[in-house]
Design a protein around this ligand. Sequence first.
Ligand SMILES: O=C(O)CCC(=O)C(=O)O
Length: 310
Amino acid sequence: MSSPVLERKEDQVPAADLVANGKILSTAANRLGGLVPTDPSIGVEAIRRLYHENGYVWLKRFLDPEAVNAFRSWVFAHLARGGLLEAGSDPVLGRSSKTGPDKGQVDRILMSLVRSVAFEGFCAQPRLARFMDEFLSGISYLHKRKIMRFTQPGTTTATPAHYDLVYLRGGTTRLVTAWIPIGDTPVDMGGLVYLEGSHAIGVRMEEEFARKSRDLSAEERVSAFNRNMTEGGWVSKDLPDMAERFDTRWLIADYEAGDVVLHSPYMIHASTTNQSASNRIRLSTDIRYQNVDDEIDARWGNHWSLGDML
Ligand SMILES: O=C(O)CCC(=O)C(=O)O
């Protein structure tokens, strides 16, 4: 009988060195490994166990790839109005325009898209909704603040290393983030990378933060921008240094349309620069679930707005 957990790609080597915030994540330094994929058919209990053991679970082809690509196409067809795509190209490819887009217009369209019924439906599609009820052992709640990100190749955009609880300290710690690549996202397109075993590091960091923050007001204590945090709540922008410092590895992956990664609010993750050789834009969403009976961070009860400081 074949193992339900798919093989770890230990020898996964990106075609070019990965880069984040001007630092190279070199394959030579033994600080890179492969994210371990999981076949969703192993069932919710086994999935939950892996999530707690590893701080993440990468569910392969959990969603219908065709439906994910159809949504990708719909999103890019709208963003094309702001000049984001190569003129005349098929939106599903997400080929980046060589001339700069109209940033103001693209931002306005993005803010409309995250408020759309179509996006709401994508995030609440029956397979995901039913699974989250089971996974959270009750009625699941999806935070209204749902983020959709695109990253153009040829830019230096990369998400610094952080764990999500920093931004959601106003409610339960029993949160689950779903990171969903909207379309194939091979490693050179700069998808999420996870610091192996770092959910334990996140727990220690939170304990230390709680100790240092006794004198902060309640409002300051939940803010990622309080005086005891680095600017923006990032743990670091220096990914190679973090792997050395914590004597661990960054786990990388070639994501495919239909994949869903669930990660713990303590799990440290980041993204790398999009170096797509085929000039494709990375598109993804990150959304947060919890059991509705647990305390809800009210600050996340509104749609995402650029600059909302959360
Ligand atoms: O997609 C990204 O670059 C960041 C996503 C993220 O931070 C998250 O899923 O919590």
